[in-house]
Design a protein around this ligand. Sequence first.
Ligand SMILES: Nc1ncnc2c1ncn2[C@@H]1O[C@H](COP(=O)(O)OP(=O)(O)OP(=O)(O)O)[C@@H](O)[C@H]1O
Length: 814
Amino acid sequence: MAAEPSPRSSQPSKKKHNRKRTRQDVELERFDSLPWNPALPDDDPFSVVVGTNELEGGFLSLEEIDEAAYGLGIPQPGVGNRKEKKDKQSTKSNKRKPSDVDGGSGAAEVEKEMEEEEEEAEADELSEKDENLKTKKKKKKKKKNKKKKTENEKENESHKVSNGKNDVEDELVDEAEYYAWNELRLHPLLLKSIYRLGFKEPTPIQKACIPAGAHQGKDVIGAAETGSGKTLAFGLPILQRLLEEQEKTARMFEQNGEEAERIAPKGFLRALIITPTRELALQVTDHLKAAANGIDVRVVPIVGGMSTEKQERLLKKRPEIVVGTPGRLWELMSGGEKHLVELHSLSFFVLDEADRMIENGHFRELQSIIDMLPVVNSPIEVDSQNTQNCATVSSFQRKKRQTFVFSATIALSADFRKKLKRGSLKPKQSLTDELNSIEKLSERAGMRANVAIIDLTSASILPDKLEDSFIECREEDKDAYLYYILRVHGQGRTIVFCTSIAALRHISSLLRILGINVWTLHAQMQQRARLKAMDRFRGNEHGILVATDVVARGIDIPGVRTVVHYQLPHSAEVYVHRSGRTARASADGCSIALVSANETSKFASLCKSFSKESFQSFPLEHSYMPEVLKRLSLARQIDKILRKDSKEKAKKSWLEQSAESVELVMDDYDSEEEIVNSIKQKKATSVQLNKLQQELNMLLSHPLQPRTFSHRYVAGAGVSPLLQHQFEELARQNRPESQGLGENKRRKLVVFGQDCVEPLQALRSAGHKVHMDGKEIADKRRNMDNLRKKRKEEKKRMKDQRRKQRKRLKMGSE
Ligand SMILES: Nc1ncnc2c1ncn2[C@@H]1O[C@H](COP(=O)(O)OP(=O)(O)OP(=O)(O)O)[C@@H](O)[C@H]1O
């Protein structure tokens, strides 16, 4: 019997607006009206009730799926029938959307709220000290809100306009392009979301994980290159299964008249997704919300830096999916937060960037979280444990928990693979064991036998379209090369990675003095500042972010064209993740490693780790370097003075604060002479600072030019496209032929191409490709060592010879 689709999730919504129906509306409605087959077997293989269907996997076995029922009506490739209107914004469902529940705009909203709450908290603090300031802040906030409102209104208007325009233009979309999704037998509502997101076909990892995770109900260990769509590879199976469950509940309600709430009570935590960083948790939340658009599933982030009130507000909605960082999650769970400790209904446990979790600072909390999860894999244990613990949850909701472990760099031992195959894993074997490997972590999380291991990483692990390059230089020249890269090849978004916060502070300060606007991001920053930096970087297509490895994993910012490794990472895995911030989703990208002499062996072993052909030497135009070094020398001097000054100020204020805290009156013990000297010194420093600044400003006011620069040549690096165009126009006017002058007449003006291209372009157009692989570097090093050894031996031999000669002479004279 074909039951009616669930009124909650699959009923097409009635349109309020009486606007002209677009072709996409028709197509999206077609998704709604598909004969989705909710005739699921009652003997749910995922139910823990003993004696149920032994099929591994979801509610449906593959055979039970009626292909036609899942068909989108999208024609077979080659059958023709193109012409589909793409109007992503036009169809708005009247259904309750999860994002509506959470306040409307995903993690971005959470970020904004977090910012506002922190501002409020700051304002409150200040209120005790300064009432006026508080009023000012509030006024500022009101102004900000008003501005935001106007911006939103404007945006809405522009949407309306663009929608109207789309109606007229009737943009064409090839229906057959989406055909590949059909094979994955996803719920029409999910397909609708995918259609809206414009993802024409599943990525290979999605293709491999969705059948295993969504239809066979398997645990999945997934590895694929960075930017290959792993989030949806675990996200879509979760949403699919939750949707299936909703369908089934509705069907049982229709058939037996059983109360839906009694069959499957709502408001329990169904999926817990853990990520190593806050930024990643917010990003995954946004991504899942976009995929769950129009589906009655709530996704919320729980991360450090979030205010308690906001957190409570989010959890009060009793979301089905929580995405969080281990620290904050454990803090709440250990504190007994109701929604997070009712884990009997948890059906999905996900570790994103799993290998990062075993690193210091994460695994203890993670271990505690895992220990809190109920053991659900043995039916007997489940019966005895969970049924008692939770009378409110029916067997319908108590499924075998699925565990998903994902990363771009998971390395599993052959022994562990064998164990997984044999099914000899024992969850939570020894509670005293530390989770210091991905294997123990998976075992402990209750990974079941016959897990699907989907490893799509090629031997090189690095994305195909990533161009790896390096610059060999002295440690003290790294700043100069970084400045060169940013100034001469500064197009597109760039992330500069440092291993230490000290190095990050050093280069960001230097670059700012040199007039390059950079944003910084590291773990010691306040959450508000972290989010702000990320937001601003996202908002600027030529933005530069200087960051530590906190940004290395998972962060997905489109248009990052270049990654610079200012300091080499500690491991090849981190190199993969850092470089993976570019060349995402089949885009191009380039990575440049600055390699100093004491990093060569590290670099050689890095090269050896990837079976990529070779790393290219980054093409450098050395004639720029004298000018670069001149600027850098001034910037360093300025930086030194500023640092000294701020250090003194910090020391002074620390002394004053300490004295104040113990109610000490600070006496000025300096003699008059000392005071006069100090004032003189300050004046001299200030004069020197001004002089240096003026000198630097003079240099910065001209575009960076190579040493051979002649003023007859007017264009060059740092010239804006507009200026470049004007120069070209000027050159055209000055050309001898346009002035009727002879060919041999000397040109007054010569324009050469603007150097400000992106590093990738520079790499590709470099005629002189110098390849250097690990072997080459190691050989070079070995040769150097041999040479040194030979020289030493030669020296020693000469010394011995001289000594013997002296001895002989001495003996002769005697
Ligand atoms: N099927 C698809 N087609 C096109 N783009 C997709 C598809 N699936 C995901 N994407 C996009 O690809 C980008 C990378 O996805 P995602 O962040 O999930 O990659 P990842 O494999 O998790 O990367 P990392 O290993 O760095 O965390 C995102 O911008 C996402 O929107």
